[in-house]
Structure formats: C-alpha cells, structure tokens
Design a protein around this ligand. Structure first.
Ligand SMILES: Cc1cc2nc3c(=O)[nH]c(=O)nc-3n(C[C@H](O)[C@H](O)[C@H](O)COP(=O)(O)OP(=O)(O)OC[C@H]3O[C@@H](n4cnc5c(N)ncnc54)[C@H](O)[C@@H]3O)c2cc1C
Ligand SMILES: NC(=O)c1ccc[n+]([C@@H]2O[C@H](COP(=O)([O-])OP(=O)(O)OC[C@H]3O[C@@H](n4cnc5c(N)ncnc54)[C@H](O)[C@@H]3O)[C@@H](O)[C@H]2O)c1
Length: 452
C-alpha cells in the first residue's frame, strides 16, 4: 500500500449523502477525501430518483393524449421509442456525473476512485492500494436491491436491471408492494406494457394512509394493472410461453417477458471493514446512529440509506450537510430532525404525504383528540372526461386547536403541491391557519384551504 495521506475528513460513498457532506465540509476549509466506487451521484442519480422521474415524465406524456381529446385535439396516440428515450436519459445522467466531478474539484475535495474499507478507527484503504487517514470518517455507502431467495430468482431483474433494459418488455410482473413496485408498475403500464403487480397481502403501500392506497388501487385497476393479491412467490421458471411465477398458494402466472423484483433494499455495509473499527451493524445490516449521526465509535459517522432514517435522497443530503456544519462549521447542535419528512410516490396518479396517517394519530393521541377532513373531487383538468380519475385529499388534525399532524393527497399535480404545505405543518399550522389562507382559484391545492 502507498504511504498514508492525511485528511481532516474521509467520506466513503459518492452518493447523495456522501457528496453533500464532502462538499459542505470542504466549504469550511476542511481537507476532505471522498472515496467512491460506481458512478458519481450514487443510487439517486444513476439508478434511482433521476431515471425514475424521467420515466415518470415519459409515462405522463404517454397518457396525456387521453385528456387532449376532450380539449379538441385529435386523439391519436403517439408511439414511444424506448431506445431513443434511453439514450437521451443516459446522456443526461452522464452530464450529471460530470457536474458532480466538477463540483468536487471546484470545492477542492480529493476524489479517490475505488472501494473504501475501514482499516481501523482513523484509516481507510482504497482498493487495498492507497491508505488514507483522518480523525473523522463518514460512512455513506447507501443500499442495494434485495433479491428473493427462491429457485429461478436470477431469471428476474431488480430496479438496476430495469433501468438497463434496452427494449420495453411487453408482459411484465412486478413483485413487491412499496415505492419502487407501484412506481415502476405505473410507468410500464402507462407506456403500454401488460402489467401484473404481485403482493403478499391484500394491498400495497402498507404503513401509508389507507385512503391513499385504496385510491391508487382503484386507479391502477381502471388503468388495467392486474393486481395479484395474497400471493407468495415460490419460484420463477421459464417454459415455452416465457417466464412463469409459481405461487405458494398453488397457482401460477405465466407468459411473461420480464419479472421485476421490488421487494426492498438492504444497506451496503458488509464489505466496509467495520470490524477493524470495532463497529457492528444490526441484524438487517443497518448502522445505529444518534441524532448527530454519531456511530458508537468516536469519530466515525453514518448518513443515508445505511442508517434507519427514511431512505430518501433529501434526508441523506440534509444529514450529510448538517453533520459537516457541526464538525467543521462551528454549529455544535446542528442535526437533522426527520420526523416530518414529506415524501412523494411517483405513481399514476402521484401520492404526496407528510406526517401521520389517521390510524397513527388515533393510536398516538386517542380517538377523541383526532379530527379528519377529507375531499374527493374531479380536478378541472379532467372536466371533459367521461370517467375522470379523481383527486383525493385528507387532513389529520389533533386537539381543540386542530393542529395538523398529517396531510395526504393523491391526484394530478400533488407532487408539486406538497413542499409548501410541508413547511406550514413543520411550523405548527392549525386547521384555522389553512382556513384563513386565501385560496388560489382554480387549482386543486385550494381544496386544502377550503376543507369543511
Ligand atoms: C428506483 C429508485 C427510485 C428512487 N426514487 C427516489 C425518489 O424519487 N426520491 C427520493 O428522495 N429518493 C428516491 N430513492 C432513494 C434514494 O435514491 C436513496 O435514498 C439515496 O440515494 C440514498 O443516498 P445515500 O447517500 O445513502 O446512498 P447512495 O446514493 O446509494 O450512494 C452510495 C454510494 O456509495 C458507493 N459505495 C458503496 N460502498 C462503497 C465502498 N465501500 N467504497 C466506495 N464507495 C462505495 C455506491 O456505489 C454509491 O455510489 C430511490 C431509490 C431507488 C432505488
Ligand atoms: N419516490 C421516492 O421517494 C422513492 C422511490 C423509490 C424508492 N424510494 C426509497 O427506496 C426505498 C426502497 O424502495 P422499495 O420499493 O424497494 O422498498 P420498500 O421497503 O418501500 O418496499 C418493499 C416492499 O416489498 C414487500 N416485500 C418484501 N419481501 C417481499 C417478498 N418476498 N415478496 C413480495 N413482496 C415483498 C414489502 O412488504 C414492501 O412492501 C423506499 O423505502 C424509499 O424509501 C423512494
């Protein structure tokens, strides 16, 4: 190994949290090393948020001709060219990779390309060739898709494989019930594939406000997504008709071109040299951190998907930046409070949600303290459709002051609506603050300030 180079801060992982923390620390004058394998930007930029949102935009355009007819446009659907979309998308992502590299260089962060591994509490090796040392080390190595341990699993693909596809699969089964499953099932269906969604329970998006998933389930069924509920996949095999899923319930689902596993992600902590630094993960591979991102070992920190914080890019970024503010910016109490994290599921229609579901609020505060307001309506955009997809909204309030503890919406445009409402809720907004706010007409978001 080459001689040790000394830094103030070593960051392992060039994704959302790692890059944000490295740049922020360098802005305070710290000497920072970033050890990164894989393309810069990590999951979000390369195989997550960015390609997914571009797909979502494509899917949105693909279905807009249905609306356009009512507005007097000739309703000829246009053809989608998967290959051309992919080459534009990949070129865009490459530009982002380049911008991240430039940003690091401009901020004087020293980039080491390769696999980072702890070699003690203050040392990190890069591909076992270069040795770095620092008093402070941040672990930000993100997550990776989980594959089912069943015969034939390798015949399917994970979300990384989905983004690598050169051609559109025509008959697809998506297995899973979380964000990725509903998002990618929706994209594929909107782009014209025949899609089945395989879930173990009666529903998907377990843990979210039930109003949201009930509304989405209804919309997906109207769109022609085949929901295969209460199915546990036992094996995947290939026969003369294509891929076939066998279920523990005794039936099967065949004739498929592709099967997408979307059954969760696990933290990438198994090859990080944790033992050398006296660190250990929990049984699921996560690192325990306190509110300041401190691991139990002094001088070693963790942010992002390797911790139990919500696995979202803005959470990883915020945790990484706040940590750098605290360690190098003289802000000794700076930390992330992720308790009211707003989130959007880019399903069709999209879901926007922040805070507690009605059930969670009733459990926490008791039935008599909780009051909910709801609305379900046809947005003006869909005024000319014979069977329009509706928008649904719900506010969950507590106490005599009716403090808003949950805000949930599903429908056109809600993905852009949530951010501002999340600010108000974080500031402690009450129902009457919403009522006192003049509506913007005609919009869908005005419904939130006119609920009765
Ligand atoms: C399909 C999909 C869609 C998503 N959509 C959204 C969305 O719309 N909005 C949202 O907020 N979030 C979304 N997410 C989640 C988001 O991508 C993650 O929460 C976020 O990327 C986590 O950031 P991170 O810094 O923890 O890790 P990552 O971004 O995963 O970065 C970790 C980096 O570390 C590298 N690495 C790992 N081990 C080592 C090592 N030993 N040495 C050197 N480098 C290493 C990895 O190669 C990777 O580049 C999505 C995720 C997926 C999979
Ligand atoms: N829009 C966004 O912000 C966005 C989009 C995608 C992903 N993400 C983040 O990435 C994380 C990972 O996403 P994800 O969808 O992979 O995971 P997830 O944890 O959200 O969902 C995994 C789902 O798979 C189900 N499941 C587990 N094992 C299964 C099995 N053997 N068979 C069938 N179903 C099974 C689980 O019940 C769960 O519903 C998310 O939790 C989220 O934080 C965010």
């Amino acid at each position: 190994m080459s001689t040790t180079t000394d830094f103030d801060f070593i960051v392992i992982g060039g994704g959302s949290g790692g890059i944000a923390s490295a740049n922020r620390a360098a802005s305070y004058g710290a000497r920072v090393a970033l050890v990164a394998e894989g393309p810069l930007g990590g999951t979000c930029v390369n195989v997550g948020c960015v390609p997914k949102k571009l797909f979502w935009n494509a899917a949105h355009l693909a279905t807009s001709h249905e609306l356009a007819a009512g507005y007097g446009f000739s309703a000829t659907p246009w053809d989608f060219n998967w290959g051309s979309f992919k080459s534009h998308r990949d070129a865009y992502i490459q530009r982002l990779n380049g911008r991240y590299a430039e940003g690091l260089e401009n901020n004087r962060v020293t980039l080491f390309r390769g696999h980072g591994r702890l070699r003690g509490k203050n040392q990190v090796s890069v591909d076992e060739k270069t040795l770095l040392s620092a008093a402070k080390i941040l672990l930000a190595t993100g997550g990776t898709p989980i594959w089912p341990e069943i015969p034939g699993a390798e015949l399917g693909m994970d979300s990384d494989g989905f983004f690598a596809l050169g051609e559109q699969p025509q008959r697809v089964a998506v297995v899973g019930a979380g964000y990725i499953a509903v998002e990618l099932a929706g994209v594929l269906r909107a782009l014209g594939s025949d899609v089945s969604l395989v879930v173990r329970r009666n529903h998907f998006l377990h843990g979210f406000e039930p109003m949201l998933r009930e509304h989405l389930m209804e919309a997906m069924q109207t769109q022609g997504i085949n929901l295969l509920a209460q199915r546990q996949v036992r094996q995947l095999r290939r026969d003369a008709n294509g891929l076939c899923l066998d279920f523990a319930q005794g039936d099967c689902h065949g004739g498929l071109d592709a099967v997408l596993w979307a059954i969760g992600r696990r933290p990438q902590t198994s090859d990080l040299g944790l033992v050398a630094a006296d660190l250990a993960t929990d049984d699921d591979g996560f690192l325990a951190v306190d509110k300041f991102q401190n691991t139990p070992v002094d001088g070693i920190y963790a942010v992002g998907d390797i911790t139990r914080a919500p696995a979202l890019t803005p959470v990883a970024i915020a945790a990484g930046r706040r940590l750098a503010d605290r360690l190098f910016g003289g802000q000794s109490e700076r930390h992330l409070d992720s308790s009211l994290t707003p989130t959007v599921i880019f399903s069709h229609p999209p879901i926007a949600t922040v805070g507690m579901s009605e059930i969670e609020a009733r459990e926490r505060y008791g039935d008599e303290q909780v009051k909910c307001y709801q609305s379900r309506f046809v947005p003006l955009l869909r005024a000319f459709q014979s069977e329009p997809e509706r928008t649904a909204m719900k506010l969950v309030t507590v106490g005599h002051e009716e403090r808003i503890v949950g805000l949930h919406a599903i429908g056109d445009g809600v993905e852009e609506m949530l951010q501002g409402f999340a600010v108000a809720i974080r500031m402690g907004a009450r129902k009457r603050d919403f009522d006192d706010t003049i509506a913007i007409h005609p919009t869908s978001s005005e419904e939130f300030v006119t609920l009765r």
